[in-house]
Design a protein around this ligand. Structure first.
Ligand code: 6PG
Length: 244
């Protein structure tokens, strides 16, 4: 269970998005002097869109040294990059196309073509980028939570959720039938900072179950995210927090 002190409740989704964007800027600037690069695993879905837009807008945009930022993705839908479902497309429109980040710093998961091959290719990219480490160590991991308790594309009862050797695997959203590619639990758990972004009334019940689990209840994918050494932060809006 996430410690209470790491749960921040915001009156509106806009306030939440601003705080998430400001934290991104703060963490990026803290690390800049120590390391040459700030590596981030971006979340997909709708909630982070406003965070990305705010990062691409002044005054925050100019507070980031974009040449040191390396963007990866926590998961991707198996669609081409121009498809409306593509997480890359969303991040590209809201953020990547609007900030001076070098193209070589952006690592999209290829959604078109063979999912297993694409997962293996992304694994290779991660292993190269984080060479010398057994697992990737992202400086920042952004995640959302689905109404069923999934995070990234780690769905309840999926094999992907139990994967403990590979960094990236193909999987499927059984509810929608959409093929996906996702980073695995150990990758997320080696992140230095993990930030969950959760908004809306529809998530309230699930959030309560996640943060206040009943003894004996089945573990949900989000509950598998327990950083090994890093920090876990929950940014939630008042509606999502209404049953806490
Ligand atoms: C995706 C995600 C997924 C998402 C949640 C919440 O690709 O869909 O990475 O895990 O974060 O489903 O999505 P919303 O923010 O749209 O509610």
């Amino acid at each position: 269970m996430a410690p209470q002190s790491n749960i921040s409740v915001f009156e509106t989704p806009e306030q939440l998005a601003l705080s998430a964007a400001e934290r991104f800027v703060e963490y990026a600037s803290q690390l800049r002097d120590m390391a040459e690069r700030f590596s981030v695993a971006l979340a997909g879905g709708n909630t982070p869109r406003r965070v990305y837009e705010l990062l691409a807008t002044e005054p925050l945009r100019k507070q980031v040294d974009w040449s040191k930022v390396y963007l990866f993705f926590g998961d991707e839908r198996c669609v081409p990059p121009e498809h409306p479902d593509s997480n890359y497309a969303m991040a590209y429109e809201a953020l990547i196309s609007k900030v001076p980040i070098p193209a070589k710093n952006v690592h999209r998961i290829i959604g078109e073509g063979n999912a297993n091959e694409n997962a293996l290719a992304y694994e290779k990219q991660l292993r190269t980028f984080f060479a010398g480490r057994h697992w990737p160590h992202f400086d920042l991991v952004l995640l959302g939570m689905g109404e069923d308790g999934h995070t990234a594309s780690l769905f309840p009862n999926s094999a992907a959720l139990k994967e403990m050797s590979r960094c990236v695997v193909p999987t499927r959203n059984e509810q929608s039938g959409q093929d996906r590619i996702t980073l695995t639990v150990p990758v997320f758990n080696h992140g230095r900072r993990i930030m969950f972004l959760v908004t809306g009334k529809k998530k309230a019940q699930r959030l309560r179950q996640v943060l206040h689990p009943q003894p004996g209840s089945a573990q949900l994918p989000v509950q598998a995210i327990t950083p090994i050494e890093g920090m876990l932060e929950w940014l939630v809006d008042a509606e999502a927090a209404s049953l806490l």
